[in-house]
Design a protein around this ligand. Structure first.
Ligand code: SRM
Ligand code: SF4
Length: 522
């Protein structure tokens, strides 16, 4: 333990971690299976197992959510089939008609629900055989490492982020086996590697964001640090004034993580993210400490980073840089997938593409490498007609939602179903001509990133007609891609039952929407 850590009055999570490193719970899975979830130590069940990737859901008692790690959001069809099989075989008793499900997350990742403690050891083995892991995906760990969803296929890309995301994950997780040294951070740590011109990973809301930039003719990354969202703390990353070539990405990341690990605050869990250390030290000292750990001088930032495009959502058909091939972005309503759909996606990726499936931070997916000659057959597939269209309604297209109270114990309101229902009604009532990104989040933790949206909702409660009802605080003006910045809160405690008409007015006033005549009559 370092001097900086020793001087602090450690919070409860730190005290528990000091007694037993939660990664070691892997050795006790058989025992847990024997005693059952009810008899487990509460901290180990509700927090400790998150180090292995399993989140107990009090909303569905005895059932765990499994959060994967999918570097750069890229899966093979075989891996998708393995995950579909897990949903089908192990995820009973949670979700629609008790059939279990998987959600695409705002970190280009998948979460599977409805897992029993008895099955965790088997599932970890199944994942390992498929080259997958869910280790270190929660609590004081690095979250899924996001990269450009069109890496290697976008004609205009600057840096291919796939290899970097993979090697970062393998290093940080010890090739999926678990890394005791790098899984004891003061708090979570988010890393995003942008590779294109449009910053499609929201680098500015990560603890460490890498933005492609040329320095003296060499392409590398400018570094931004300290972005994070926590209740009532919504903070954009700031420049470190450093530029690194791609070959230094792993060393720089490890240096920064060690500085944070050894010096970061570990008292009040609400004040433990890396930005608190940066605020405590000032950015110059933070940079100097990272540089010292890095072991060589850091070049100053390149004058201008190359993020000079508006953000793309990748939904639709796009030619790849490989002549004759296309990638197709499918819209997945609020990211929800069921096993049969996952099997079908795996089949389609194999039949029409090269088996690859990619996820986006907008909770959608991309099937790449489809030859021109196969495109029309692919577009005629029933799954695209019935569920995952490439031509969603204009509001549906930009809709993102966190889990909400269907499964999440922190949630103050229901999100996903409500988000879909309101958008459906608004699309029926309005003529919309410009895209509007609407993000929902069920509590101030802001997993659904409402601060980056054109219109964002944060779940809360309010009083109406002597009742306590579900409500939202409304945010507007978030900007992603070029000149990204966070939005601002514009309204407080709007009851969800009144929300549709409030949003309708916002769309008319700020986004050029017109009310259809029949809606006026109705
Ligand atoms: Fe999150 C905690 C879901 C992205 C900020 N988040 C949680 C938990 C694990 C709470 C829990 O144990 O129940 C949620 C699990 C609910 C469930 O059953 O699904 C949860 N977070 C999610 C996901 C699934 C939302 C989604 O529907 O897409 C996202 C999973 C990402 C992944 O694949 O790893 C998710 N969470 C985010 C993001 C967005 C991002 O990373 O770009 C944020 C804001 C950015 C950030 O972290 O700086 C975010 N989640 C939080 C926080 C507040 C962190 C803090 O410093 O206070 C919590 C609470 C905590 O960690 O104590 C939290
Ligand atoms: Fe749960 Fe709140 Fe995150 Fe939504 S924002 S998933 S309700 S913790």
């Amino acid at each position: 333990m370092t001097q900086a850590v020793k001087k602090q009055k450690l919070n409860k999570v730190e005290q528990a971690k000091a007694k037993k490193h939660p990664l070691l719970l892997k050795q006790e899975l058989e025992h847990f299976a024997q005693i059952g979830w009810e008899a487990m130590d509460e901290f180990e069940r509700d927090f400790g197992l998150k180090w292995l990737g399993f989140f107990h859901r009090p909303v569905t008692p005895g059932k765990f959510m499994m959060r994967m790690r999918i570097p750069n959001g890229i899966l093979t069809s075989t891996q998708m089939r393995v995950l579909a099989d897990i949903v089908q075989r192990y995820c009973q008793g949670a979700g629609f008609q008790d059939q279990g499900n998987a959600d695409i997350t705002t970190r280009q990742n998948l979460q599977l629900r409805g897992i029993r403690i008895e099955d965790i050891a088997d599932i970890i083995n199944i994942l390992a055989q498929a080259g997958l892991t869910c280790v270190q995906s929660g609590m004081d760990n690095v979250r899924n490492i996001t990269g450009s969803p069109v890496a290697g296929i976008d004609a205009n890309e600057l840096i291919d982020t796939r290899g970097l995301c993979r090697i970062l994950q393998d290093t940080i997780t010890n090739n999926g086996e678990g890394n005791l040294e790098l899984s004891d951070l003061p708090r979570k740590f988010n890393i995003a590697v942008a590779g294109g011109r449009d910053n499609s990973v929201h680098a500015e809301i990560n603890d460490l964001g890498l933005l492609p930039a040329y320095k003296n003719g060499t392409l590398g990354f400018n570094i931004i640090v300290g972005g994070y969202f926590a209740p009532n703390q919504y903070v954009s990353a700031i420049p470190l004034d450093a530029w690194i070539p791609p070959e230094d990405v792993v060393a720089l990341t490890l240096a920064m993580m060690m500085v944070y690990r050894e010096n970061g605050p570990r008292e009040n869990r609400q004040k433990c993210r890396m930005m608190h250390l940066i605020n405590q030290w000032g950015i110059e000292k933070f940079r100097a400490e990272v540089e010292q750990r890095f072991g060589k001088p850091l070049a100053t930032a390149a004058e201008k980073d190359e993020i000079d495009w508006e953000k793309r959502d990748h939904i639709g058909v796009y030619p790849q840089k490989q002549t004759g091939l296309n990638y197709v972005g499918l819209h997945v309503p609020v990211g929800r997938l069921y096993a049969n759909e996952m099997f079908e996606l795996a089949r389609m990726a194999e039949v029409y593409g090269n088996g690859e499936i990619r996820l986006t931070v907008e909770q959608n997916l991309i099937i790449p490498h489809i030859p021109d000659t196969r495109l029309s057959a692919f577009l005629a597939e029933p799954l695209l007609k019935e569920r995952f269209t490439i031509e969603p309604g204009i509001l549906n297209r930009g809709l993102v939602s966190c889990t909400g109270n269907e499964f999440c114990g922190f949630a103050i309101i229901e999100t996903k179903n409500r988000a879909l229902a309101i958008v459906k009604e608004l699309e029926q009532e309005l003529i919309l001509t410009q895209p509007v990104r609407i993000h929902w989040t069920g509590c101030p933790n802001s997993c659904g990133q409402p601060q980056v949206a054109d219109i964002g909702f944060i779940g809360t409660k309010t009083r109406k007609d002597d009742r306590t009802v579900e409500a939202v605080d409304i945010w507007m003006g978030g900007k992603v891609g070029k000149d990204a910045h966070l939005g601002k809160e514009v309204m407080k405690r709007v009851a969800c039952e009144d929300l549709k008409s409030v949003v309708r007015d916002l769309l008319v006033e700020h986004f050029g929407a017109k009310i259809k005549e029949e809606a006026l009559v109705g």
